[in-house]
Design a protein around this ligand. Structure first.
Ligand SMILES: Cc1cc2nc3c(=O)[nH]c(=O)nc-3n(C[C@H](O)[C@H](O)[C@H](O)COP(=O)(O)O)c2cc1C
Length: 218
């Protein structure tokens, strides 16, 4: 190959590599969503799945948001922001087991659950999703994966033909492979990678979450 041609081929290959590297890795471009008519903001949080003492001041965890006597999880707040913008209800995923109050014990227990592929039974106040076309789903990244109760949630309900907008809270890992996993668990749903938010920045991201939801509502 002549030197000039070699350089052209090399430049083309390099720009293709750069395009791929800079491109959107969400997989959202292959997702076709349906118009949003009725939605619900579903969340799983450590708060709500842990028997915390009623005295919120006694707690010392970064992932707990206090407002007076009320404590809320990060993913719970994201669901509230989405619901406020969409004008819809929130619904919590609650496992039939309670996680330890101690943070490190929860981290360790969640690892064991993950290794054992445990599926704790869950309830959700939305008994049936038949009337809904869209779920704004938020949950924390647990060990670079979905918390196991969120797997149970997907075992329990079928979201075929529905939109699932995924919001993940985390402490550095972002989405990890959670969106890919949900696409595998719900192959006929329209699973969209929405926003990942660092737990400590959740309250600062209210507007970003609301703007995102507003844009999807059209
Ligand atoms: C069991 C457990 C495992 C976690 N694993 C990760 C992780 O792998 N990567 C990460 O960035 N954050 C991890 N975190 C941090 C949480 O994702 C983060 O604090 C999140 O905002 C908590 O949301 P919540 O208040 O709704 O439960 C973990 C937290 C717990 C309790």
């Amino acid at each position: 190959m002549k030197k000039a041609r070699k350089l052209t081929v090399l430049a083309a290959a390099l720009s293709l590599t750069l395009l791929t590297a800079c491109g959107d890795s969400s997989g959202n471009e292959n997702v076709k969503t349906v118009p949003i008519k009725k939605s619900v903001a579903v969340y799983f949080s450590r708060v709500g799945n842990t028997d915390f003492p009623s005295d919120a001041d006694a707690l010392s965890s970064a992932s707990i948001n206090r407002s007076g006597d009320t404590i809320k999880g990060n993913a719970e707040l994201i669901a509230e922001y989405a619901a406020a913008e969409a004008g819809c209800e929130t619904a919590e995923i609650v496992a039939d087991k309670s996680y330890p109050v101690d943070y490190d014990e929860t981290v360790s227990l969640a690892k064991d659950e993950q290794k054992a592929k445990e599926r704790p039974a869950v309830t959700c106040s939305v008994g049936s999703f038949d009337d809904y076309d869209t779920i704004w789903l938020s949950f924390p990244n647990w060990w670079a994966d979905l918390p196991m109760p969120v797997y149970s949630f997907f075992d329990k309900y079928d979201f075929s033909g529905k939109n699932i907008y995924v919001f993940v809270t985390h402490e550095g890992s972002g989405f990890s492979s959670t969106v890919k996993t949900i696409r595998e668990l719900e192959p006929d749903a329209n699973v969209v990678e929405a926003i990942s938010v660092r737990g400590g920045s959740v309250t600062e991201k209210e507007q970003a979450v609301r703007d995102y939801v507003k844009k999807q509502l059209g």
